[in-house]
Design a protein around this ligand. Structure first.
Ligand SMILES: C[S@@+](CC[C@H](N)C(=O)[O-])C[C@H]1O[C@@H](n2cnc3c(N)ncnc32)[C@H](O)[C@@H]1O
Length: 190
């Protein structure tokens, strides 16, 4: 689902890249060991990808929007493997990754069943011991305005842990950021 113009402008801005790098990622990945092989689902314009390529030896990114995947390939294709793919149908083998991450993208996935499909695929492509971690925004008035005409399927913090467990994850945690109106989650493939 393409994003509206204001939203695209924000997601591709230096301001968003800075916010992600300095505030969002350190919180979302606190105490998370990404290992040697990380997969990012829904990288958008690469605000997180550009940080991950400096932190992890091998980075793969799966982006559903073809034009965005092409932009990423042009910009980061020499440092990351870019796939034009749905995170719920990954063209990847089982157990290839030490970590799978996604940030500020699950609310763009139109149905809960599709989100659950992403959780199941994240689990499948992780090695035993691997971690699935990420964060997303919660609903607010500003968030609704930003998403006028866009998909806005925000996660319910009350049911997310159970959904991750149903996808197979152990050691699941979900917690909210006091000020940022966001949640972060973790789960491990045993
Ligand atoms: C709001 S952007 C966030 C991008 C980036 N994670 C960030 O924080 O800047 C959401 C991105 O997720 C992508 N996306 C949505 N559904 C997806 C899916 N099922 N698989 C892979 N990417 C998806 C969208 O095309 C878009 O580029």
């Amino acid at each position: 689902m393409p994003m509206n113009r204001a939203h695209r402008k924000l997601c591709s801005s230096e301001e968003w890249a800075r916010t992600t790098k300095e505030r969002l990622l350190p919180w979302a990945l606190e105490h998370v060991d990404l290992g040697e092989d990380v997969l990012e689902i829904g990288p958008g314009y690469g605000a997180n990808l550009r940080v991950l390529v400096d932190q992890v030896p091998r980075v793969t990114a799966a982006e559903i929007d073809e034009g965005t995947a092409r932009l990423l390939q042009d910009k980061w294709g020499d440092r990351a493997r870019i796939l034009h793919a749905d995170g719920a149908r990954l063209p990847l083998s089982e157990g290839d990754f030490d970590s799978v991450v996604c940030f500020t993208m699950l609310h763009h996935v139109p149905t809960s069943a599709h989100q659950d499909g992403i959780f199941t695929e994240a689990y499948r492509v992780l090695r035993p011991g691997g971690v699935f971690a990420g964060s997303d925004s919660l609903d607010s008035f500003r968030f609704r305005v930003l998403h006028l005409g866009d998909t806005r399927n925000t996660l319910d913090p009350g049911t997310l842990a159970e959904r991750l467990r149903r996808a197979g994850f152990a050691e699941v945690s979900v917690d909210r950021h006091a000020e940022a109106n966001a949640l972060r989650f973790r789960g491990r493939r045993e």
